[in-house]
Design a protein around this ligand. Structure first.
Ligand SMILES: NC(=O)c1ccc[n+]([C@@H]2O[C@H](COP(=O)([O-])OP(=O)(O)OC[C@H]3O[C@@H](n4cnc5c(N)ncnc54)[C@H](O)[C@@H]3O)[C@@H](O)[C@H]2O)c1
Length: 247
């Protein structure tokens, strides 16, 4: 049986999303890399497959419901009906709860929470009809414990991702589609590279494992959850945080 699937990864232009796209592609899946930043997604897709046959970039703003509908249809038509969806695109903002203005609150929520809601509603029905699908949502330690450095809007959006994961998991459980959340913390990506060196050193000192995580480590966990043999795991949250939060 050919178990190569078509996968959609949002925010695949850099960081964890790029690592997830590369890992899924390495496993033989066809990967659609979606990102607001068209150039970075195109560059990552070219690195995976210069011919465009098994990796292709699509420009998408996950905040835009109309664009989500259009791009989801385009991917299905031009590239293959997606059976794997990784909702990874996010906006990370660190700001005191007292200083967040309404526009920034709405923008972070629209990207991090509404984006995954829209993509899942658009793509999961075809998975349900085929009787197989995998959805993985990138949450965060911030959504479990409040942010270390990220703001209240980011943390609230990620808490929303955790419960939205369970809602979709229940809706889809009987039809072979699993929906799970991965909750990383302090993973080295362009986001952490922008932090001041002292803040990074303090973060490392607070992590029991003694270092930041690697995007490839998160990607391996996401890829595992997208595998053929994980149909009994759904509605779950997987922590990958170097021991920062144990439960
Ligand atoms: N890096 C960490 O330490 C960490 C910790 C916890 C959770 N996470 C989560 O993991 C995921 C990836 O994190 P990262 O550090 O790689 O982030 P990143 O900022 O490096 O990458 C995010 C990607 O999403 C894209 N994006 C942003 N807004 C978009 C939009 N409206 N539409 C489409 N694409 C958009 C960006 O262009 C970028 O390519 C995020 O969901 C993040 O919240 C990361």
């Amino acid at each position: 049986m050919d178990t190569r699937r078509t996968a959609v990864v949002t925010g695949a232009g850099r960081g964890i999303g790029a690592a997830v796209a590369a890992r899924l592609h390495g496993l033989g899946h066809r990967v659609a890399l979606l990102d607001l930043d068209a150039d970075s997604a195109a560059a990552r897709a070219r690195e995976l497959d210069g011919s465009g046959a098994t990796a292709a970039a699509f420009t998408l703003d996950v905040r835009d419901p109309e664009a989500v509908r259009t791009v989801a249809a385009r991917v299905s038509r031009e590239f293959g009906v997606p059976e794997i969806l990784v909702n990874n695109a996010a906006r990370t903002r660190s700001r005191s709860v007292w200083d967040i203005d309404v526009a920034e609150w709405d923008d972070v929520l629209a990207t991090n929470l509404r984006g995954g809601f829209l993509l899942t509603r658009e793509l999961a029905p075809a998975m349900r009809d085929r009787g197989w699908g995998r959805v993985v949502n990138l949450a965060s330690l911030a959504g479990q414990q409040g942010g270390l450095v990220a703001g209240a809007h980011y943390a609230s959006s990620k808490a929303g991702v955790l419960v939205l994961t369970k809602v979709f998991a229940k809706e889809l459980a009987a039809s072979g589609v699993t929906v799970n959340a991965v909750a990383p913390a302090a993973t080295r990506t362009p986001v952490t590279d922008e932090l001041p060196a002292e803040q990074l050193a303090a973060a490392e000192a607070a992590i029991p494992v003694g270092r930041l995580g690697r995007a490839e480590e998160v990607a391996d966990l996401v890829a595992y959850l997208c595998g053929e043999n994980t149909g009994y795991i759904t509605g779950a949250t997987f922590d990958i945080n170097g021991g920062l939060f144990m439960r």
